[in-house]
Design a protein around this ligand. Structure first.
Ligand SMILES: Cc1ncc(COP(=O)(O)O)c(C=O)c1O
Length: 472
């Protein structure tokens, strides 16, 4: 069954190089949208009874790539992740070929040392000197693990005996990511018990309101257990005031989590680190390297100031067949999963290639580009920013004329965005801020230039103008 390794890899090599070359070609557009029924009719998707053999694997890969969205292209500004990382790809391919799992040093020797080294370095940047952590399956999972740790500290016995009926309350801002609500659902303390705190005009949590809602909940007999601040909110890219929130957590004796899935990478830069001031006072930090650091999905970490947190909480079982009390420093007992990918390898490769300073320089450039695009939005008669630009997110509306109604503005936006995305010229999303849609552009591709950012803005502007003419 494995006679085809050389030919298949050679064919794949040609195919992948061609795909990457075209994705990274500035002139090439992102694939135009194809509706599901049409796509199903183009590609034979059903898994067959009788296999077609291994010699068509490259054909299958080609068919897959032909119908994939070119997320490596500069035209992909839809998400908090985009672009292409060569060291990341090399790390992914190497990890896939070596196909091991992070549970024991015995089966993942260098991988274990690499993961520990990366966690140590990330912790020291976070201000958790001597802290600990792990690579996890994404920011949502990291947030869940942090909340589990917060509850475990308050009530270690809940691990064995179940939740004791205490009415736990988590506090997040009204801009926080939905993963906190999911975590409340998974952990069983209830989505209604995630209490939202008001944010200011930039989208930052208001510490006074935090204090108020904590008191309110205590007066109702509920038990606050954790405050989760956001460093880089999903829609507006805002950084919560971490020091002021840490003060409240100290006063109230609450676990302080920072969700830096998006914005935590500011820690890489001496120039931008001030955005994370106060992070060193947190108990835990979520930090996705597949977002602002451009690593391929998934590359995500949960970090703790107390290095013993994960082992105490998750070291439950497996001694009968896998963990034999080795003193090699197995990482498996710290993890919620048993099998776990070697996601640290691609970060290590990229860090070796660029160094911290290389990452810092590229992230700083993106912050400058976001300010540049913000300036263009403000200078334009028909565009208005929904909120000042805090980091790499730009949220704005097109107001065709001064008398335009909210309905007109909203309809124009949805139509212009659909037209633009379907054309393949730019893939950019919209978000709702205070209930109303706005363009939400994210500059997360580390290879963006001023020219490309200008071209993106021109594309959006042109599509708004076209739709405006159609509507009049
Ligand atoms: C602030 C924030 N936290 C958490 C997450 C979840 O991260 P992931 O997609 O890696 O699960 C996101 C995703 O966009 C986010 O913006």
């Amino acid at each position: 069954m494995t006679n085809h390794i050389p030919e298949t890899l050679d064919d794949l090599n040609v195919l992948l190089k061609r795909y990457l070359k075209s994705s990274l070609d500035h002139e090439v557009e992102i694939n135009a949208y194809v509706p599901p029924a049409e796509l199903r009719s183009i590609v034979d998707i059903d898994p067959p009874e009788e296999g077609i053999g291994e010699d068509q694997l490259a054909e299958l890969a080609k068919s897959y790539l032909d119908h994939s969205v070119r997320t490596g292209s500069w035209r992909y500004m839809n998400q908090l992740w985009s672009g292409f990382s060569l060291p990341g790809l090399v790390g992914e391919m190497t990890a896939a070929v070596s196909n091991t799992s992070m549970f024991t040093y015995e089966v993942a020797p260098l991988a274990t040392l690499i993961e520990k080294a990366m966690i140590r370095r990330l912790c020291s940047l976070a201000g958790f000197e001597g802290g600990g952590g792990l690579f996890v399956t994404g920011g949502s999972n990291a947030n869940l693990v942090a909340l589990m740790a917060a509850r475990y500290r308050m009530s270690p016995e809940s691990s064995l005996q179940g939740i004791d009926g205490r009415q736990l309350r988590l506090f997040v801002s009204d801009q926080a990511h939905y993963s906190f609500s999911k975590a409340a659902h998974i952990m069983g303390f209830g989505r209604d018990h995630v209490i939202t705190v008001e944010s200011d005009e930039l989208g930052r949590m208001k510490p006074d309101d935090l204090k108020r809602v904590i008191n309110e909940q205590r007066a109702l007999g509920a038990v606050p257990f954790c405050v989760a601040a956001t460093a880089g909110t999903t829609v507006l890219g805002a950084y919560d005031p971490l020091n002021a929130i840490a003060d409240v957590c100290d006063e109230e004796n609450l676990w302080f989590h920072v969700d830096g899935a998006w914005g935590g990478s500011a820690l890489m830069s001496d120039q931008l680190r001030h955005l994370m001031a106060g992070c060193e006072r947190a108990d835990s930090l979520t930090w996705d390297q597949h977002k602002m650091m451009g690593l391929p999905l998934i590359c995500s970490t949960i970090l703790f100031r107390d290095p013993t947190t994960l082992l105490k909480m998750n070291g439950l079982g497996g001694e009968d067949y896998i963990f034999h009390g080795s003193d090699d420093g197995d990482l498996g007992p710290m993890s919620l999963q048993c099998g776990r990918r070697v996601d640290a390898l691609k970060l290590w490769m990229a860090w070796k290639a660029y160094g911290r300073l290389g990452f810092a320089e590229r992230i700083e450039r993106l912050f400058d580009l976001a300010q540049h695009m913000g300036t263009r939005v403000v200078a334009h008669d028909q565009f208005e920013l929904v909120a000042p630009v805090s980091s790499l997110n730009l949220c704005f509306r097109y107001v065709p004329h001064p008398d335009a109604t909210d309905e007109e503005i909203d309809q124009l936006l949805i139509q212009a965005r659909t037209e633009l995305v379907r054309s393949g010229r730019l893939l950019v999303n919209f978000a709702r801020v205070q209930g109303r849609p706005c363009w939400r552009v994210v500059l997360s591709n580390l290879d963006l230039t001023k020219e490309l950012v200008d071209q993106a803005f021109d594309e959006i502007e042109a599509s708004c103008r076209r739709v405006r003419l159609d509507l009049t």
